[in-house]
Design a protein. Structure first.
Length: 417
C-alpha cells in the first residue's frame, strides 16, 4: 500500500484529473504535512455503485501519500437524505435498513483502503454514533444560530430543488447535519479537510463556516469532478441499470465487461481515475488507436475488477470473456452471467421479452421490445425478429439456452429437470 511522501497527494490528483475545486488557495501547502481528511458515503443502498469509486480511490491515494483517511458512513444523515443533485426527495429508509447498508458499504470500502489504528490507517466511522442520540432542541441551540437561511438558499443543492418543485424542511436540514459532522471530526480526530464530489461543494462550505464560527477553526474542502462519459451520458449505467460494487447486484463478469467495453475516448481518463497505474504507463497504453486500444481496455477491466473482487475472480472473468467472444465460443465459465430454467418452462415456452427482463439484459419489457426491434437480440446464433417470439425446446443447445444482446452482452440459461 505504501508510497513515498515525495509523491504529493495534490499533484497526483491534479495529474489524474481528480481535482474540481478547493476552498483554500493554500490547499497544496496544507498537504505538505500529514493530515486527516474525510469523505462521506450515503447509505441509501447496501452497495456502492461505480460512481462512488472516485471518492474511494481519492481516499486510497490520500493513504498512499502518508495521510490518514476517514470514511464516514452516514447512518444518521442517511435518515434525512442528501438533496444534492436530486430533483425529488429520496425514499425514507428505516433505522435497520440504514444500519445494514452502512455495514455493507464499510466492507466494500475496506477492499480498497487499509483500516487499522496506525497513523495512516483508515478509520470507518458512522455519524449515527454522535448524531442519532441528540435531541432536536440540543442541535437547534448549538448549531441553529450559526446558519443563515439566506445563505443556505444560495447553495446549488437547495436552488436546484427549489427550481424543480421544492425542497422539504427535512432535506433542508441535511447540510446542517453534515456541517456538524465536520466540526465533530475535527474535535475528535483532528480532521481538517473534507473531500467529496463537486455536488458536495455547498455542504463542505457550510461545515467550514460552522467550524470557524463555533471554534475559530481553519478547515478546508476539496472536490472531485463528477464522472460522465465522453459523450456526456451518465457514467455507471448499463441497459439493466446501475453497475454496483456488490457481486450479488452486478456479477463479476458483468462488472468486468462494463470496464472492458468503455468507449475509446474514455479509456485514458478512466485508467487515471480508477487504477493506481502510473500516468506514464497509462499514456503509453493509450497512444494506440482502434483495435490496438483494446489492450488498454482489458487492463482497465482487469485492474478495477481485481481491486474490488480479487485477482482470481478478475482473471476468471477475463478468461470467460475471451472464450465467450473469441473464435472458439465457450460459455460454460462460472463467471458468465447465468441462471436456471426448468424443463417444464421450456416445454411450455417462454417469451424472449420475459427472458430479457429475467436475465437483467433489459430493465423493462418496453426496453426489451426496443432491443428486439433494433435487431440486437439473438437466441444462440439466430436473430430474434419478432417481439412476440417464444423460446421452446428447439432453442436448447447442449443443455442450455444462450441469450445475446449486441456483440458484448450475454446470459446463459441452464436447463434443469
Amino acid at each position: 500500500m505504501g508510497r513515498p511522501m515525495s509523491d504529493h497527494f495534490y499533484d497526483i490528483l491534479a495529474e489524474r484529473g481528480l481535482i474540481h475545486a478547493s476552498t483554500d488557495e493554500a490547499i497544496r501547502a496544507r498537504l505538505d504535512q500529514p493530515l486527516t481528511a474525510y469523505i462521506g458515503f450515503d447509505p441509501t443502498a447496501d452497495s456502492l455503485h461505480v460512481g462512488s469509486l472516485v471518492p474511494v480511490m481519492t481516499l486510497a491515494w490520500l493513504q498512499r501519500c502518508g495521510h490518514r483517511p476517514l470514511a464516514l458512513v452516514g447512518g444518521a444523515t442517511g435518515m434525512i437524505g442528501d438533496p444534492s443533485g436530486k430533483t425529488s426527495a429520496r425514499s425514507m429508509l428505516s433505522l435497520d435498513d440504514v444500519a445494514h447498508n452502512a455495514a455493507a458499504i464499510g466492507k466494500q470500502i475496506g477492499r480498497v483502503l487499509r483500516f487499522g489504528d496506525g497513523p495512516t490507517d483508515a478509520r470507518l466511522l458512522n455519524n449515527a454514533d454522535w448524531l442519532a442520540s441528540r435531541s432536536w432542541i440540543d442541535i437547534l441551540r448549538e448549531y441553529g444560530p450559526h446558519f443563515s437561511v439566506n445563505r443556505m438558499l444560495t447553495m446549488d443543492s437547495v436552488k436546484g430543488r427549489l427550481e424543480s418543485g421544492g425542497i422539504t424542511f427535512l432535506e433542508f436540514n441535511y447540510m446542517v447535519m453534515q456541517a456538524a459532522d465536520f466540526v465533530h471530526l475535527h474535535q475528535h480526530y483532528d480532521c481538517s479537510l473534507q473531500m467529496g464530489g463537486q455536488d458536495q461543494w455547498g455542504n463542505i462550505v457550510m461545515g467550514i463556516e460552522l467550524g470557524r464560527r463555533l471554534h475559530g477553526l481553519s478547515l478546508a474542502g476539496l472536490t472531485m469532478p463528477l464522472v460522465t462519459k465522453a459523450d456526456g451520458s451518465k457514467f455507471g449505467k448499463s441497459e439493466a441499470g446501475n453497475i454496483w460494487l456488490s457481486a450479488e447486484r452486478t456479477s463479476v463478469y458483468e462488472f468486468y465487461q462494463f470496464w472492458r467495453n468503455v468507449a475509446d475516448a474514455d479509456v485514458r481518463r478512466f485508467l487515471g481515475f480508477f487504477t493506481f497505474l502510473p500516468m506514464a504507463q497509462i499514456d503509453e497504453l493509450c497512444a494506440a488507436e482502434g483495435q490496438a486500444l483494446n489492450a488498454a481496455k482489458e487492463l482497465l477491466a482487469l485492474e478495477v475488477t481485481s481491486l474490488l473482487h480479487g485477482a482470481e475472480a478478475a482473471a476468471q472473468a477475463a478468461a470467460d470473456a475471451k472464450r465467450a467472444f473469441g473464435a472458439a465460443v465457450d460459455v460454460r465459465g462460472d463467471s458468465i452471467p447465468h441462471s436456471s430454467l426448468s424443463s417444464s418452462e421450456i416445454e411450455s415456452g417462454l417469451g424472449v421479452i420475459t427472458l430479457l427482463t429475467r436475465s437483467g439484459l433489459a430493465a423493462s419489457s418496453s426496453e426489451a421490445r426496443r432491443l428486439i426491434q433494433g435487431g440486437g437480440v439473438k437466441i444462440g446464433a439466430a436473430r430474434v425478429e419478432d417481439v412476440q417470439a417464444v423460446v421452446g425446446p428447439a432453442a436448447v443447445d447442449d443443455g442450455m439456452v444462450l441469450l445475446r444482446v449486441g456483440k458484448k452482452k450475454l446470459h446463459r440459461f441452464d436447463i434443469e429437470a
